[in-house]
Write a protein that binds this ligand. Structure first.
Ligand SMILES: NC(=O)c1ccc[n+]([C@@H]2O[C@H](COP(=O)([O-])OP(=O)(O)OC[C@H]3O[C@@H](n4cnc5c(N)ncnc54)[C@H](O)[C@@H]3O)[C@@H](O)[C@H]2O)c1
Length: 370
């Protein structure tokens, strides 16, 4: 079988630590033919370090020259749409880093282009693959929770504002903690609960800690560079921080479910990554995998034994390895995308409503921004 030719747009932390190793893990399926980055050194060093034959500063020229079958879009969030459209129009399937889109309109536009071009477009929502979440998905599909009418999620880093890149600069990242780490929680929640359509979001944002010079100590791992190293770290200044470090809010869905959440890059609370899902048959708390149900007419607690043999658990970005295993099957026509366009459009709708609500101080309805 001919290999899929891959090109990677941008050579930062996630390209080097996740995309490139995950493609290289499947050498019979993928061959990375080129990388690009506006930073010449980043592109050249990445190509040389990984034995990639071509590097470019201009992504468009790379796509013209190499005609890749698959493109990874790993640029800062503000450029996801531009490069995703460019890659689709060059006839490539696209894996775009999260958040794939930060407005409802942009999400519709890029998926419409993918449909027009007949190409796959999938968001790198790489944290669905933890054993507890996979088991939760099965249990919910089996009806163990019944009708889920309330949920919560918390994604808290006590101290973890990303400092290696440009996550803290709104013009490049489009937002802060909510779209950086909250987006994974929103995506996972929608996946677990069958993608109910968002009706409205009320949200608030804050910066209270990251603007204090003596509160900025945090390692790379704690702030999301899970391998503990980056190749092209830039200097961080708290004076550039113009996005939220803390987000909280409430989402209502068409099926009647309500979700309350808090997300933080910095908070005076312990680290936490968890979901609570409440159904009319049982409640479930993750990652503890604790089920609060009943046996006969008596309340009873259960802790299902789950399979913990994740083959990629030792890799800091194991989710990207799972993602590429799955994307290979999609490309070979063996299955549909598990991270569906409908889910990613719903995620973008929630992001869009959230930031509009935080700005206006009012509940924002999707119907009103369509
Ligand atoms: N799925 C995950 O778990 C995960 C984890 C971390 C980051 N990400 C996502 O990956 C993306 C990149 O994050 P990162 O940590 O690699 O950031 P980074 O700052 O390390 O790298 C960004 C790279 O993009 C380049 N760049 C900037 N503007 C560009 C442009 N206009 N054209 C081409 N290249 C450009 C920079 O030179 C830099 O090399 C973000 O969207 C982020 O949300 C995803």
């Amino acid at each position: 079988m001919a290999k899929f030719k891959v090109a990677i747009i941008s050579c930062g932390m996630i390209a080097n630590n996740a995309h490139i190793p995950a493609y290289k893990h499947l050498p019979d399926m993928f061959e990375i033919v080129g990388v690009s980055d506006i930073n010449e050194k980043a592109a050249k060093d990445t190509a040389e370090r990984n034995d990639i034959p071509h590097w470019y500063q201009d992504a468009g020229k790379m796509l013209d020259d190499l005609c890749p079958d698959v493109v990874s879009v790993c640029v800062p969030n503000a450029f996801h749409k531009e490069y995703t459209l460019m890659a689709l129009r060059h006839g490539a399937h696209v894996l775009c880093e999260k958040p794939l889109a930060v407005t409802y309109a942009d999400a519709l536009e890029v998926y419409e282009e993918a449909r027009k071009q007949g190409k796959h477009l999938m968001a790198c929502q790489t944290v669905r693959y933890t054993p507890d979440r996979i088991a939760a998905k099965d249990l919910i599909a089996e009806g163990i929770l019944g009708d889920i009418y309330y949920s919560e999620f918390s994604r808290i880093r006590r101290r973890g504002i990303p400092k290696w890149g440009t996550f803290h600069i709104k013009e490049l990242s489009c937002g802060g903690a909510f779209i950086d780490i909250g987006v994974h929680m929103v995506d996972t929640l929608l996946w677990l609960t069958g993608n109910p359509k968002v009706v409205s979001v009320s949200g608030t944002t804050a910066v209270k800690i990251g603007n204090q010079e003596n509160q900025l100590k945090s390692g790379l791992r704690e702030s999301g560079a899970l391998s503990g190293f980056v190749h092209n770290e830039r200097n961080f200044s708290k004076d550039e921080l113009n996005v939220e470090e803390f987000a909280s809010g409430s989402i209502s869905f068409e099926n009647g479910m309500r979700t309350n959440f808090k997300v933080a890059w910095a908070l005076n609370m312990p680290d936490e990554t968890g979901f609570t899902l409440l159904g009319d048959k049982a409640g479930l708390v993750l990652p503890q995998m604790q089920l609060y149900g009943s046996t006969g007419s008596y309340p009873a607690d259960f802790t299902p034994k789950i399979n913990n043999d994740d083959p990629y658990q030792k890799h800091p970005f194991g989710g990207h390895f799972h993602l590429l295993d799955h994307f290979s099957d999609v490309l070979l026509g063996k299955c549909e995308q598990m991270i569906s366009p409908e889910e990613t459009i719903n995620v973008a709708a929630i992001i869009d409503c959230f930031y509009r609500s935080a700005k206006t101080g009012k509940e924002v309805f999707l119907e009103d921004i369509k």
